[in-house]
Design a protein around this ligand. Structure first.
Ligand code: PZK
Length: 295
């Protein structure tokens, strides 16, 4: 596994997710981890079909970190964020951010602008998603009349998040806070799509996480990256089928071509698949930010 246990002098490992890791900076005076800051480190690990693959994608962690930082700035007038500084130890070359430690809300905040994935499954079974009734006759990939909030529980790693209706979030957080995170989640996806549409990318859906700084709701984690959101190339958009994945189509195609029963370990990726996938991450970054990737 790629940097499973990075040894970072001055930082204490806190937690590892599937593709990112959290550290706490150690206060040199006390030798204790600081309670008010976290270092969020993005690795080059990639997941596909819910598996973390053994083959890293070079620069992926840096591309996603830089993209997330760019989006935080684009969203600055909508919502405050947890970023303190991107000025981090050299060893982490742009793929880590020092953030404010927040009291995280125990909800995965999802918004959908297009119908696919788990939302499509719920719609097919019930005609509604997260309790929100939708027009009849929608197919995989259809754009929704307006973006909807479809929250889920935060399951422990290895388990699947369960969709919950808004009423459950309102019960957990209270009406005022639930309404605030719902409206913010939808506004983030709307703003994201306004910006991305002009650059040939559709953002089908996204998952964001919020925390509290006192009574203020603050955007945490990463935002509008290919790991938290479905990116679709607009020029290949065709409702009625599974859409091309902007970043992972090479990986998916390769894995589908292999005799693999979707239990670990996944097949290793050959270099052309790795390089094609890396190219797509860089392309998403360059298209959205209108900046050139250096390296
Ligand atoms: C926090 N996660 C998820 C992300 C992982 C796990 N600003 C914050 N304050 C307090 N807690 C968190 C954050 C953030 N962001 C985020 N878990 C806790 C997560 C990345 C890697 F291993």
């Amino acid at each position: 596994m790629t940097d499973a246990q990075l040894d970072l002098p001055g930082y204490a490992h806190v937690y590892s997710g599937k593709v990112r890791d959290l550290y706490a900076p150690v206060d040199p005076a006390s030798g204790e981890p600081r309670p008010d800051r976290l270092l969020l480190v993005a690795s080059d690990r990639i997941s596909a079909y819910d598996f973390v693959l053994d083959t890293p994608i070079p620069d992926k962690g840096e591309v996603l970190t830089r993209l997330s930082l760019w989006w935080f700035a684009q969203l600055d007038d909508l919502v405050p964020n947890h970023v303190v500084t991107a000025d981090v130890p050299d060893a982490l070359r742009g793929r880590a951010v020092l953030v404010e430690r927040l009291d995280m809300l125990p909800v995965e905040c999802v918004a959908r602008a297009y119908l696919t994935g788990g939302g499509l499954g719920e719609y097919t079974a019930t005609g509604a998603v997260s309790g929100i009734p939708l027009p009849t006759g929608l197919v995989d990939g259809d754009r929704l009349p307006e973006p909807i909030f479809t929250p889920s529980t935060k399951a422990p790693m290895g388990e699947h998040d369960e969709p919950i209706p808004y009423s459950v979030v309102a019960g957990q957080l209270g009406e005022a806070l639930a309404g605030r995170v719902r409206d913010l989640t939808v506004a983030i996806l709307e703003r994201g799509n306004e910006i991305a549409a002009a650059r040939g990318i559709l953002l089908a859906d996204t998952k964001v996480e919020f925390g509290l700084r006192g009574d203020e709701v603050v955007l945490a984690d990463e935002v509008l990256t290919p790991d938290s959101s479905r990116f679709w190339p607009a020029d290949q958009y065709a409702p009625g089928r599974d859409q091309e994945s902007f970043d992972k189509q090479f990986v998916r195609n390769y894995l589908e071509s292999q005799p693999w029963n979707k239990t670990p370990p996944a097949p290793a990726l050959p270099d052309d698949v790795v390089q094609g996938t890396r190219r797509r991450y860089l392309e998403a970054y360059e298209l959205l930010t209108n900046r050139r990737w250096n390296s």
